[in-house]
Design a protein around this ligand. Structure first.
Ligand SMILES: Cc1cc2nc3c(=O)[nH]c(=O)nc-3n(C[C@H](O)[C@H](O)[C@H](O)COP(=O)(O)O)c2cc1C
Length: 361
């Protein structure tokens, strides 16, 4: 089958997502600071928040007249923006969806049917747990669609609960028939967690089971080339990128350039990457204050260092920072510099391989 290339923009309800490259929701990471950085580089057609618990939203609203911290920035920031919510109760989900659509005026309300974490699945019978309850999924979606109208509602799933119970084709039909405007599929099962490779053949197969809504594929895309290959080789209308963008928020713009057939911009030099990280730090501290912001920044800083010479050393030191002075000192001392990178080319191949294989996530 011939696939259009470059892929056309996708339509999620009335929203045009152009380019069809989406920034994935990631709990603990895709907060307003990260999103601002991603938006600055461009290339992501739709950005997403971290997942927000609907029950928690209602409780905070009723008891403390507050909204979850994870909605930081959502009211004011640029659009398009999707907010992802999770729970297993259709009424609660609809209540929160209504507020997000009509008060916050978000572009998309996305439902998490993919989270494999025990606190969400076993304790709250939500996230990927719901893949075994298509009727409940359908009720959640249809309640939300009605409550959010005309704001589109989308769903994000995994292939199934386990390799023995893959049911994404059936679930895709349920999602579409219940009125969702797009389906995103992470090509692993919940039991796989992040093990193995995402199964893009399975993702592609789902397309035959959808009549009109766009299919967005997700899993293991960490370069512009892989994004191009995903569109060329698989039946997807859009792609979503998660982990690889954490320390490389410019990845979306590289992928977007590749889709336009342009030369892919090179990785920013190390000075620029460091400035990007410090800008990220400033945004986090502005919001959370110096101490909390510094502690929160540790994990982001590790992402920026990942795969670079000396990353392990940097990570060891940044793991203990508690003040801006500490943080800036560690960055000055240990964040890779261009000259380190140049000399690192002289390292023996086995040491380079060890540096490359460091996995900070
Ligand atoms: C730290 C972390 C947090 C995540 N949080 C969410 C989340 O809140 N909602 C969601 O749908 N998926 C979440 N995911 C899954 C990603 O959105 C994505 O489906 C998965 O990482 C596969 O894509 P990738 O290979 O591009 O990373 C999370 C993944 C990671 C690594």
């Amino acid at each position: 089958m011939s696939r259009p290339f470059p892929p056309p923009p996708i339509h999620i309800g009335d929203l045009v997502v152009d380019p069809p490259i989406l920034q994935a929701p990631m709990a603990g990471f895709t907060n307003a600071a990260f999103r601002q950085i991603v938006r600055g580089y461009g290339g992501a057609g739709l950005l997403a928040t971290e997942m927000v618990n609907a029950r928690g939203f209602v409780w905070l609203d009723e008891h403390e007249a507050e909204h979850p911290d994870r909605l930081w920035g959502v009211a004011e920031e640029a659009r398009p923006l999707a907010v992802q919510i999770w729970d297993n109760d259709p009424e609660t989900m609809a209540k929160v969806g209504r507020r997000l659509a009509h008060e916050y005026r978000v572009s998309v309300v996305d439902i998490n049917f993919g989270c494999p974490v025990k606190q969400v699945t076993e304790k709250a019978h939500s996230g990927s747990y719901l893949l075994r309850e298509p009727n409940r999924m359908s009720a959640i979606i249809s309640h939300l669609v009605e409550a959010c109208y005309p704001t589109p509602v989308t769903a994000k799933i995994r292939l199934g609960c386990s390799p023995e119970s893959i049911n994404c084709n059936e679930i895709a039909k349920v999602v579409e028939e219940a009125g969702a405007s797009a389906l995103t599929v992470h090509g692993r099962t919940a039991k796989d967690f992040f093990r193995g490779n995402a199964d893009w053949d399975r993702i592609s197969e789902i397309k035959h089971h959808l009549k009109k809504i766009p299919l967005i594929g997700n899993g293991d895309l960490d370069s512009a080339d892989k994004v191009v290959a995903a569109f060329k080789n698989y039946d997807v209308d859009g792609v979503m990128i998660a982990r690889a963008s954490l320390g490389r928020p410019w990845l979306f713009s590289q992928a977007a350039a590749a889709l336009r057939g342009e030369k892919v911009p090179p990785e920013p030099d190390l000075e620029t990457q460091r400035d990007c990280m410090l800008n990220h730090y400033r945004l986090v501290v502005e919001r959370f204050g110096e101490q909390k912001g510094t502690v929160l920044m540790r994990k982001f800083a590790c992402c920026y260092a990942q795969g670079k010479p000396g990353a392990r050393h940097f990570r060891t030191h940044v793991a203990h920072v508690i003040s801006p002075e500490d943080f800036l000192h560690v960055v000055d001392e240990y964040f890779p510099r261009s000259q380190d990178a140049a000399s690192s080319n002289e390292l023996p191949a086995n040491e380079l391989a060890a540096v490359d294989s460091e996995n900070l996530s």
